[in-house]
Write a protein that binds this ligand. Sequence first.
Ligand code: 8YV
Length: 323
Amino acid sequence: MMKILITRKVPEALLKRLYELPNVEVIMFDKEDEPMPREQLLAELKTADGVFSNLSDKLDREALEQAEYLKVISTLAVGYDNIDLEVAREKGIKIGHTPYVLTEATADLTFALLLATARNLPQGQQMIKNNEWSSWSPFGLTGKQVYGSKIGIIGMGRIGLSVARRAKGFSMDVLYHNRSRHEEAEKEVGAIYCSLDELLEQSDFVVLLAPGSKATYHMIGTEQFKKMKNTAYLINSSRGTNVDEKALYDALKTGEIKGAGLDVFEKEPISADHPLLELENVLAIPHIGSASIETRQEMVEVTVSNLINGLTGKELVYEVPNQ
Ligand code: 8YV
């Protein structure tokens, strides 16, 4: 008998292939909007052969060292910064994730965040709700024109390229900074490679799409905000840990930068008393980059396939590289 642990409630209709496996016991946490408590997670992991996890499960050394039978972790995300890759490698645990299927949904959301931030959409709705839309004003709620402006993408991967294609549709100049040159982005959308400093100095919209890791931790902080234009916006739909949030607060408060659109935070979830929410020039949304119905369904499909393949000794559909 093999045991599969699903750490967050997922619609059973999407899990049919798991329930149909012979000699498999499926244990699913019964809540869809809160993480499995740590103690329960650790206890269940001890006897699990496979785990269907997500970003809110901290699969660190403590958790994985006692998982004696674990063959595969299949995470419902492209990012895997919640998993200790070193222990997984030591123990021969395979890690599956969901790249490709969430690229377009995340690029859509990133662009929506950029547009909504630049053109003050939340402020507009709030104005109506407050009964403050009394008349028309020539410069009321005017924002930054997106069409024809300059976007700087930090982290030119799959999602970066998809954002760059959308930017091209808005006649934007596309700058990018990445660990290595991205020929496709240069050829297809005329993206211009530049240093981080050049990108920060020139962009109207600095869009962060780098994965979360030790190398990218706080890559945007006080010094970087100083380099940005006072009229520029920061858009982050990657990982909150890529930005020093205290420095961001100061930069927004003192006018070092004009505004920020944030889908991610250093410590999630945040609540209404988070300091950034005091500021008028912040649009905050609750980590919904990949949250289109179509994409979440595809992500579950891939997560199930990775899990089944890992348990039956087949190659994963998408295995986390460089383990
Ligand atoms: C997650 C994400 O999918 O995939 C990622 O890395 O950040 C999100 O799209 C979502 O939070 C579910 O884990």
